[in-house]
Ligand binder design. Structure first.
Ligand code: NAD
Length: 680
């Protein structure tokens, strides 16, 4: 191969077949991103090729940074944009560059291995052929809607052209990554092959020039103005069942752009660019960018060690232990699962199969995940595991017994963890001869949906144990949030405020349906009572007794009545709601909007009050970590950027007054707190 001119991020090599290999390896970045600098260099490279393209038989765009192709545009640069006109100019310039690539008279192949996201996918869409490795880490997507914008480098136009409006719209609107086989089925990539064949396949495509895939004739029919108007209404209706346009405007903008100009004509590109320019200045975009960076912050913890868990032993196979076991098995860990109840162990095995089926798709991978889970009623696995996680019933005496057994049989270098929601680590650790080995690893319910895991730093836990726990959480692709060993830690403290207000409202005679509707109006994924059913009313009772003592007597009486009747929520198919074949039966209600607004505010104040108290008590040490916890652990609406970020958008004096009334104190008392000062 002959090396060409030197660039900082791209390396150019011409091979004996006259193929030019454009290899991207971003300088000083962990992953390849399409930063201004990278695009500027690409512009110069393409300009040079355009002088005489016939010098080459074809071009292959490939990554020189294993294991990823291109992770997207540079989000740091997006977040720093302040001049929207400048942003639109940059987007237009990149669109033109990609169109120049598309117009080259020689074949251009994107050879994709690893993550190919956002701008990376848009660049690939501008190439004539897209080939993808069948590696598990090859994931292709347009996740822009997750940061409050939509594809801007021609991606929304080209995916509608290539995939057709039905498949193309869902690809853009859902912002989901898909694997190579799925991408092939969709028509997004031309071929999928083992990684070792990728380069050879690229050469084959350049030498044989198979017919370039274009959209079908149906695209021309669906792109007619009146059809667009009709279909647009349907797309919006479907979207409205999931998200509101005032909260998440970007997906609606994609549909509107298409209704207005379609995808087949050149003006679709200009419309796309203008639309991204407008979205960049919306509060939703700013808040979602904040959420993106908060996620990055959490991902960074756990990096200080290369500790890996090969074998985890889990004690307790109930709602949590069973699901944690399933999650770990699906993520490649050997799991031994201990519970005196064989029924509970059996249920965990079938949940593992269901999760593996959903996540891993291929038969041999599903089977391997199920095989990694070993029911272990006698607890033999304790002696071999790297990490032993207790997730048994929330009773201190029982946990003491379990930890004595663990310490007696575990390997000397194993770490111990508890999934307790409401007990103090310091109290659990009293029976241990080496209490420094104990850390809290607190998952949220449902385990497969909730990305957050609190890593609880007991006063007795040593630094290495905490670092190992965070590394384990990253290993299984969850987000670790370091918290202090305070009652309820961070997220349950805050959710406690949500529940407490719901129970107060119930005590006034308000209906379950209205209270939950108020929670959803706030943007929470579930109302507080539906969430209580999901968590389990027995667990809620235990937690409220441990956390709130006599402060929640009314709630406890109500919960105890239900628990005594065996109505434990979803797991017994009856709680605050009735369930039919596992599905919640919701009664139709038309709540009074004023009432809804009142309860929504109460639920918000209940959570905000607790969030500020947590900050005052240093359960976590920053506004950012509170917001990360409440979004990723409690499902607080990301478009608000977190509960404290949301509070910041309100009138400071009014909010202080409301909180003072809520707390029954003076405004000055609220304003004097350290959390309040951090907030403003
Ligand atoms: P659960 O009642 O569903 O399951 C508890 C399991 O522990 C049962 O299967 C029971 O058979 C088993 N068990 C009882 N004695 C045992 C023993 N000696 N050895 C091993 N297993 C034993 O409870 P859960 O909801 O899974 O909660 C478990 C733990 O997780 C608790 O500490 C709870 O606070 C915590 N937690 C619960 C939630 C939630 O939403 N349910 C969320 C986070 C954390």
């Amino acid at each position: 191969m002959e090396a060409k001119a030197k660039y900082k991020n791209w390396s150019l090599q011409e091979d004996e077949n006259k193929i030019l290999w454009l290899e991207l390896n971003c300088a000083n970045e962990e992953v390849n991103v399409l930063s201004f600098a990278v695009l500027q260099e690409l512009e110069a490279i393409i300009a040079d090729i355009q002088v005489d393209p016939s010098r080459y038989s074809g071009i292959v765009i490939i990554s020189g940074k294993e294991p990823d192709f291109i992770a997207g545009a540079d989000v740091k640069e997006i977040a720093a944009v302040s001049d929207m006109n400048e942003a639109v100019t940059h987007i237009r310039k990149t669109q033109i560059l990609f169109s120049q690539i598309e117009a080259l008279p020689i074949p251009v192949v994107a050879a994709i291995n690893g993550f190919c996201l956002g701008g990376g996918t848009e660049l690939a869409l501008a190439c004539h052929y897209r080939l993808a490795s069948d590696e598990r880490h090859t994931q292709i997507g347009l996740p822009e809607v997750k940061i409050g914008i939509h594809p801007g480098f021609g991606g929304s136009v080209r995916s509608l052209r290539l995939l057709g409006v039905f498949q193309g719209m869902s690809f853009i609107l859902e912002g989901r990554n898909i694997d190579a086989l799925h991408a092939k089925k969709l028509g997004l990539v031309d071929d999928v092959m083992p990684l070792r064949e990728l380069r050879r396949a690229a050469i084959y495509y350049i030498q044989h020039k198979p017919k370039v895939k274009k959209g079908s004739w149906i695209n021309r029919v669906t792109d007619i103005s009146f059809v667009r108007n009709l279909l647009g209404v349907l797309f919006k209706k479907k979207l409205a069942a999931k998200i509101k346009s005032e909260q998440y405007p970007a997906p609606y903008a994609v549909i509107d752009n298409w209704i207005n100009v379609g995808s087949l004509e050149e003006k679709a590109f200009a419309t796309e660019a203008e639309s991204v320019g407008k979205l960049l200045s919306t509060p939703t975009c700013k808040n979602l960018l904040r959420v993106f960076f908060l996620q990055g912050k959490l991902k960074a913890s756990g990096k200080e060690t290369d500790f890996k868990v090969r074998h985890i032993h889990i004690i307790g196979s109930g709602v949590m232990g069973g699901d944690i076991a399933a999650w770990c098995a699906v993520h490649g860990l050997r799991v031994t699962l201990q519970d005196p109840s064989l029924k509970a162990l059996g249920s965990a095995v079938s949940r593992t199969y269901e999760l593996a089926k959903k996540r891993l798709k291929q038969k041999h991978l599903i089977q391997a995940a199920v095989d990694r889970l070993c029911p272990d009623p006698n607890g033999d696995g304790i002696a071999y595991a790297d990490l032993i996680l207790e997730a048994a019933v929330e009773k201190l005496d029982l946990k003491h017994e379990i930890f004595k057994q663990i310490e007696a049989h575990a390997r000397a270098d194993a770490i111990f963890a508890t999934n307790t929601s409401s007990l103090r680590l310091a109290d659990i650790a009293t029976v241990l001869a080496q209490p420094q080995r104990l850390v809290g690893i607190h998952f949220f319910n449902p385990v497969s949906y909730m990305p957050l895991v609190e890593v609880v730093k007991g006063k007795q836990s040593d630094k290495t144990t905490i670092a190992y726990a965070a590394a384990f959480v990253r290993q299984i692709k969850k987000l670790p949030l370091p918290v202090e060993d305070a009652p309820g830690f961070l997220v349950n403290q805050i959710l406690g405020g949500y529940f407490a207000e719901a129970f107060k409202a119930l005590a006034t005679g308000e209906s379950v349906g209205v209270i939950d509707a108020a929670g959803r109006r706030l943007g929470m994924p579930m109302g507080p009572l539906e969430l209580a059913d999901q968590v389990g009313l027995d667990v809620c009772l235990d937690v409220s007794e441990h956390l709130m003592g006599n402060d929640a007597t009314a709630a406890q009486t109500l919960l105890r009545e239900k628990v005594d009747k065996g109505e434990l929520g979803r797991k017994t198919q009856k709680g605050f709601y009735r369930y039919s074949r596992g599905k919640l039966v919701r009664e139709k209600i038309t709540p009074d909007p004023e009432k809804l607004a009142k309860w929504e505010r109460q639920l918000f104040l209940g959570m905000l009050n607790r969030a500020l108290l947590c900050l005052d008590e240093s359960v976590v040490n920053s506004v950012d970590l509170v917001d990360a916890g409440v979004i990723f652990g409690a499902g607080f609406p990301p478009f608000q950027g977190g509960i404290l970020q949301y509070a910041r958008t309100m009138d400071k004096q009014n909010l202080a007054k409301e909180l003072a009334e809520y707390r029954n104190t003076s405004v000055q008392a609220v304003e004097a707190t350290s959390a309040w000062k951090l907030l403003w």
